[in-house]
Design a protein around this ligand. Structure first.
Ligand SMILES: Nc1ncnc2c1ncn2[C@@H]1O[C@H](COP(=O)(O)OP(=O)(O)OP(=O)(O)O)[C@@H](O)[C@H]1O
Ligand SMILES: [Mg+2]
Length: 586
């Protein structure tokens, strides 16, 4: 078949006069997008993982006491990522899906007409197992919101973000996609009511925790504390206490019972025998899912770090939300079943944007090129990335690649075809170790690359009249659930999780230093704020897990300018040897 091609220009920064085109060639991916892309992204031939799903042992014991479910895992961490951040209801997975499907069928008859057959491409590349049919049926009925209380407002369209937002007149197809991405993001961004509901839910649970344990406090981390949540995302919380003694079976059960008694929790699961014990429940008024872990601070550190990344990385929020929704629609976001969790998604998008050759050379404005960047993201992680040999490091905010062979202690129990991402808070921790279904994840990304590029060619060849009402993004993601508006009201209401996380870090950063090193030491306290009366205390992390922080900004910049650091090579501090410095092209 002859190669169809079209051109879509990538938006140049104003100061660049030369206009560069990115060509989308069917089956061949982007051309001209990077002179050193393959080497930078460690291209390698892929091997299929033979070990899919192996060792994915579900919890062995399920006991129910007072309506509270205890889950006990036979193996401490084998088989799935037992980290609190996203344990994702192991027992619930199948039942909940069916329940959800039932509710959707009963309450929302029109969803039955939402046949995926209309869009066969959408499912063709993602389903790979023998229960393909089941998955497709469940996908067809899945809704993206937790609440289906108002059936009349349920969407009929799979891509509602194009309603009253028509970009079909755009000359460049890639601009159309960029605008659709922006529309999707504002479509799913939270309204005032949603933020208030999350804030109130947190306050209620926090007050209950204080009532039960006066020496403890509840903090929020995860996507609500980073503004990277989808409408149905859970709220990740951690309880830290002065005594530091709440992470035990009895305490977990006491809290679960207390929350139930107070009417603050339903569908409670106590998962006590994992590396990171947690309680999962649903707060009945808001219907928000909440995960609570105990006596740890790494999530609170990560939330701050991710907010810094968001500030420094235009396009990060947009692409993360799209990839989250993409994986969610395909049930590939659940770490328990080998999917990619939110934290890993953030890290791979951050790494992609921060190491993108045209972004680091300041050649393009990411916000004006979200469409092409999304396609390139799918191409990188779906087609080119050398999963067998390359690990991703995001330490100190400067992503780099590193040979897996140089990561001492990296466990590759399921063979070398695996994603390895160093936890920015603990270099020994591979945050994507639970994502054993890499084969389907990679396949999904590769399929999305093909679907998006094909759609671009297709629409490029049709007349403006024929394009009206069409969607490009809808070829790879769908949104189902209650109808939403396009209001991103984050600037209207304070996100209390963010404010409190900032306050927490401010208190941690009370600086004790010498005003003049030759004089007697003097203590200078950075006063947090008037609310200091709060019983918020400092929990010290174990020294080995402390995040290495570069205190010296100049040092950081120097590090940033080293090509070795981009390439993940050990820095040899040889100033003259390396005469290629991408940042000099700015
Ligand atoms: N494997 C892990 N190792 C260490 N920390 C983790 C790991 N997984 C999650 N976390 C911590 O938990 C937090 C929440 O993780 P999670 O995967 O739920 O992402 P999220 O941004 O909350 O996404 P979502 O909205 O999908 O829940 C992370 O920011 C991180 O601090
Ligand atoms: Mg979360």
């Amino acid at each position: 078949m002859a190669t169809k091609s079209t051109t879509s220009s990538i938006k140049q920064k104003p100061e660049k006069i030369k206009s560069k085109k990115i060509e989308i060639s069917k089956g061949k991916g982007m051309k001209n997008s990077s002179k050193s892309k393959n080497s930078k992204h460690g291209k390698k031939s892929m091997r299929r993982s033979k070990n899919k799903n192996q060792n994915n042992k579900p919890p062995t014991t399920v006991r129910s006491t007072d309506g509270i479910t205890f889950l006990e895992s036979s193996s401490e961490s084998e088989g799935y990522d037992d980290y609190d951040g996203h344990f994702d209801n192991p027992t619930e997975s199948e039942d909940k899906d069916l329940k959800m499907a039932k509710v959707a069928v009963e309450k929302v008859p029109q969803l039955q007409n939402n046949k995926l057959e209309d869009n066969q491409d959408f499912i063709a590349f993602s389903a790979s197992s023998s229960d393909e049919k089941d998955i497709q049926e469940k996908q067809a009925l899945e809704v993206d919101e937790q609440v289906t209380k108002e059936p009349t407002k349920i969407l009929k369209s799979d891509y509602p973000w194009i309603i009253n937002h028509d970009h079909s007149k755009q000359k460049e197809i890639s601009d159309w996609l960029t605008l659709e991405i922006a529309d999707f993001v504002s479509y799913i961004s939270p309204s005032r009511e949603e933020i208030e509901s999350r804030n109130q839910t947190i306050s209620k649970v926090r007050n209950a925790v204080k009532q039960l344990w006066p020496d403890a406090d509840l903090h929020v981390f995860g996507s609500y504390a980073t503004d990277l949540y989808l409408p149905g995302s859970d709220i990740d919380c951690v309880i830290n206490s002065k005594a530091g003694d709440k992470e035990n079976r009895n305490s977990l059960y006491s809290l679960a019972s207390f929350l139930k008694q107070q009417g603050l929790a339903t569908q409670i699961e106590v998962i006590a025998k994992t590396r990171v014990p947690i309680i999962k429940f649903v707060e009945p008024e808001s219907n928000i899912h909440i995960d609570v872990s105990f006596e740890r601070t790494n999530g609170l550190e990560a939330a701050k770090l991710i907010r810094e990344w968001l500030q420094d990385t235009p396009g990060l929020r947009e692409l993360v939300l799209i990839i989250k929704q993409f994986l969610h629609s395909r049930r590939l976001n659940n770490v328990h079943t080998g999917g990619l969790g939110g934290f890993s998604i953030i890290c791979i998008v951050f790494s992609f944007l921060q190491m993108h050759p045209r972004i680091i050379t300041n050649e393009i404005d990411p916000m004006e090129n979200l469409g092409v960047l999304l396609i390139e993201f799918f191409e990188l992680y779906g087609k080119n990335f050398g999963y067998d040999d390359v690990a991703i490091s995001v330490t100190d905010g400067y992503p780099s690649y590193l040979p897996k062979s140089s990561w001492k202690g990296l466990q590759q129990t399921r063979g070398s075809f695996s994603l390895a991402i160093q936890d920015p808070g603990d270099e020994t921790n591979n945050i994507s170790r639970g994502s054993f279904n890499l084969r389907d994840i990679k396949k999904g990304f590769a399929g999305a690359f093909d679907l998006l590029t094909n759609r671009c060619f297709e629409l490029d060849q049709t007349s403006f009249k024929q394009r009206v009402g069409k969607s490009i993004l809808g070829n790879v993601i769908k949104y189902r659930g209650k109808e939403r508006d396009f209001k991103d009201e984050r600037s209207l209401v304070v996100n209390k999780a963010i404010v409190e996380n900032e306050k927490y870090h401010k208190k941690r950063s009370r600086i004790v230093h010498k005003v003049n090193p030759d004089e007697v030491s003097q203590t200078v306290e950075v006063v947090a704020d008037e609310d200091d009366g709060d019983d918020m205390y400092i929990v010290e992390e174990p020294p080995s897990k402390k995040r290495k922080k570069s205190s010296n900004k100049a040092e950081k910049i120097k590090k940033k300018k080293t090509v070795d650091s981009y390439m993940g090579l050990p820095s040899e501090e040889k100033e003259d040897e390396d005469d290629y410095n991408p940042t000099l092209l700015r």
